[in-house]
Design a protein around this ligand. Structure first.
Ligand code: IPE
Ligand code: IPE
Ligand code: MG
Length: 247
């Protein structure tokens, strides 16, 4: 019966943003509602990441970027931080094994210096495999120990060093120079930023890059976020009128 039932063409062929970013929030509340430890919410949230990243690739989204751990998240109890690091281990290992066949380049963005050496090694390995996929492969970026202010501070430091060396004059520094010193240097700015869980704030995510992003907020908690929620966000995005300051 379902044999001839095809997805409606209009739905499959609708335009999709080139770069979608998600603040993966609400894992803790999802677990609390079920009387489970917060870690259980992170585990299901990581599954959601896998499902939604695959879906984005399937519908033709070129860049999918998620906020997985902020520079402020170290304030959480050590057992929660450890559980999150364990999930990064698990998913990076999986990425290294399957990236080639799935055709999605997995990248990690953020200040990686405080991460444990084995995770750094996994990030290096996945980065190497991602490089072999070439520039046209869909990219899924995980922001780990990422902070928008921290990122801009690092860019300012790098540019200050170049000024000190005499390779650039302060008056010649352009917006493009700043963009090129961010973790996202190799990708376009996000078109659509989604925040689930009902919070209406950026929490230090992609501060520079979000200048003209469209925001989409939904009360759905990240572990409950389904492909249909992504469709809704994209439909809302497609109805927006982006003017970029023009008329
Ligand atoms: C997002 O879920 C995951 C991380 C910040 C690592 P939370 O853990 O913030 O979930 P809530 O906001 O407490 O529900
Ligand atoms: C933002 O969520 C960071 C991530 C989703 C990784 P938080 O839960 O840390 O943000 P706040 O504390 O509610 O602003
Ligand atoms: Mg939260």
């Amino acid at each position: 019966m379902g044999l001839f039932k095809k997805k409606p063409k209009a739905e499959k062929d609708r335009p999709v943003p080139r770069h979608i970013a998600v603040i993966m929030d609400g894992n803790g509340r999802w677990a609390k509602k079920r009387g489970l430890p917060r870690q259980a919410g992170h585990k299901v949230g990581a599954e959601t990441f896998r499902t939604i990243a695959t879906y984005c690739k399937d519908i033709g989204v070129q860049y999918f970027t998620v906020y997985a751990f902020s520079t402020e998240n170290w304030k959480r109890p050590p057992e929660e931080v450890d559980a999150l690091l364990d999930l990064f281990r698990k998913y990076l290992k999986e990425a290294a094994e399957t990236m080639f066949e799935r055709g999605v380049a997995v990248r990690v963005l953020g200040d990686l210096s405080p991460l444990p050496p084995d995770i750094l090694e996994l990030i290096r390995e996945t980065g190497e495999i991602a490089d072999t996929l070439g520039p046209d492969a869909a990219t899924a970026s995980l922001c780990i120990n990422y902070g928008g202010r921290d990122e801009i501070k690092n860019a300012v430091r790098a540019l200050a060093k170049e000024v000190e060396k005499g390779s650039i004059r302060p008056e010649d520094i352009t917006e493009g120079d700043i963009s090129r010193h961010l973790y996202t240097a190799h990708m376009p700015d996000p078109d659509l930023i989604i925040r689930p869980s009902g919070e209406i704030r950026t929490s230090n995510f992609l501060l520079w890059q979000s200048a003209y992003a469209e925001y989409y907020f939904t009360p759905v908690l990240w572990p409950d976020f389904k492909t249909a929620d992504m469709d809704e966000a994209i439909d809302a995005f497609n109805k927006r009128n982006r003017r970029f300051g023009g008329v």
